[in-house]
Design a protein around this ligand. Sequence first.
Ligand code: MRU
Length: 341
Amino acid sequence: MSELGVRTLDWVDGAILMVDQTQLPASVEMLRITTVPDLVSAIQRLSVRGAPAIGVAGAFGVVLAAQTEGVGTEAFDAAVESIRLTRPTAVNLAKMVERVVAVSAGGTDAILAEAFAVRNEELVASVKMGDAGADLVAEITGKPDSLRALTICNTGGLASVERGTALAVIQTLHERGCLEEAIALETRPLLQGARLTAWELKRMGAPFRLIVDSAGPHLISQGLADVILTGADRIAVNGDTANKIGTYSLALAARHSGVPFVVVAPESTIDMGTAVGGDIEIENRGNDEVVCFGGTTTAPEGTRTINPAFDVTPSELITAIVTDTRVVRLDRGEMLDTVRR
Ligand code: MRU
């Protein structure tokens, strides 16, 4: 269980129970989701977000589809498809929906059991990534006792049921007494860093400071970070990694300053069906998030925008990818498809 006393997302009494992340940090509110349209809308507005978390949400969403439409009906197929297509970049959503649908011949009980398996695997994966990532950064930075880690977006328990990916590494470093400071980017336009990562770091009692996104490369050049730790939404076979918009500029700055750049993600985020990063569909979230801030319009009426939610960091800029089963040292020429699991 998280410090909330409940999981970020779980299946409770025939429904999905989730923390409504749009309300954080002002209040902790739970949503009880019983229908597929309500789940789709929760994923769209980012009440639940983060690649592993939406994968788990999608898995339980198939149970909702079975309960409301009946397994094997046309309405079931349509409901499942609506979940699968809700957000295109994070591969976990489509992958976990497909995984759970694959057992649907066994009926609702089999679907529910598979969805629980998805959830449980993500829980175990978070702990393993935290440990492996903390070991790795201690080794590659040569700073085992006082690490300063810079991170973007939110990759904690909120993004992944419990503990998370990159933030699980930071949490593990903190628990080991090895974290000097975490630096969190606010993560415009939806402020996952300011609203969610800062909230999680504060709750875990970790030392941290918050910065505006554009300060990231400058602070890396000033030597304020020993390592950059990010999550991933989809990792292509060649190691190219899609993650929150702004990640690529951190990787460029890190390379320029000789700072290691480490991606932390479960195996479920690796897409062996996508050869290179250029093949990854990038979600475009439209005008409103760019021309408004906190409910106030900040640009002249009619302003057109470009609002990609993610970017792709080329594998050449990535030092290592830490998963729940392996550490792939891209800087040593290792590849995702040649390293044994
Ligand atoms: O748009 P979001 O908030 O879903 O984006 C999330 C990210 O980019 C995370 O870094 C990624 O999903 C990894 S979460 C463990």
